[in-house]
Write a protein that binds this ligand. Sequence first.
Ligand SMILES: Nc1ncnc2c1ncn2[C@@H]1O[C@H](COP(=O)(O)OP(=O)(O)OP(=O)(O)O)[C@@H](O)[C@H]1O
Ligand SMILES: [Mg+2]
Length: 252
Amino acid sequence: MAPVTLAKLGGSVITDKTKPFSFRAEVVSALGEEIAASHERVVLVHGGGSFGHPVAKEYGLTSGAYSRGGEGVSKTRDAMYALNQLVCRALMGAGVETYPFAPFDLLVSSDGEHARSWLRNLLSSGLSPVTFGDVSSYPRGFRILSGDTIMHELAKVLRPVRCVFALDVDGVYRGREKEKAGNLLRTISASQMSKLKVDLGDDATGGMKLKLQVAGKIASLGTSVSFVSGFRRAEFAKALRGLDFYGTMVAV
Ligand SMILES: Nc1ncnc2c1ncn2[C@@H]1O[C@H](COP(=O)(O)OP(=O)(O)OP(=O)(O)O)[C@@H](O)[C@H]1O
Ligand SMILES: [Mg+2]
C-alpha cells in the first residue's frame, strides 16, 4: 500500500474564528486543488473553527470533562455537520473525491485493525476520507473529540509518513509575539513543545496547547509532523509532499 499522508485543515484556516459561522470557501478550494494535484493518498481532518467552538462553548461542552446531553450536543453536532458539508463540497469542486465520516464509530468504538482496513480500502479506491471534530457519547456523558486528538488516533491506526497541520499562522512561534517572522520556529523539539507558552484563545478544546501535545505524540510514532499556513497554498503543497516548506517541523 502506498504511503498515507494525514492532514488537518484547522478550523482557524477554513473559517474566520472571529466571526461565527464564517466559512472560507476559496481557501478550502485552493487547498483542495493542491491536495488533488499532489496525487498523495490523503486522509483529512478538519476542525470546528467558528462553527463548532462557539456553540460548544456556549453550552459548556469541552474535551476535558463530560457533560449531560441536550440542546448543546444537538446544536454543536449540527454546526459540525454543516461545516463538514461545506468543506466537502469545496473540496469536491477542487477535484478531491471526498468520503466524509463521523470519527467516533470508527476510532473509538471499533478496533484498530477494522479502522485500518476500512480506511485503506477507501484510499485504494481513490477516495479521500474526511472526518472532523465531533461530540461523542460515552457511558459517563458527552465530550468533544477534537480534530487534533483525531489526528493522533488516525496516526496510530494508519501509521502515515507525514502529518500536516494547516493553520492560520505560518507555524509555531516562540512566545506570544507570534506574528513576527523572526519568532517563527522552523523546527521544534518535544521539550520545547512542552515548555512553550501558548494562548488558549477562543478554542473549546485547548488550542495550540493541545495541538503541540498531540504533535509530540504523533512524532514519537515515527511520523514526520509539520505546521504550515493554510493561506500559503504553495507551502501547504510542499509540506503535503514532504518537500522543504516555510513553516515549522517537529524535530524527532
Ligand atoms: N506559540 C504559538 N505559535 C503559533 N500559534 C499560536 C501560538 N500560541 C497561540 N497560537 C494560536 O493558535 C491558533 C491555532 O490554534 P487553534 O486551535 O485556534 O486553530 P485550529 O486548530 O486551526 O482551529 P480548530 O481547533 O477550530 O481546528 C493560531 O491562530 C494562533 O493565534
Ligand atoms: Mg484547535
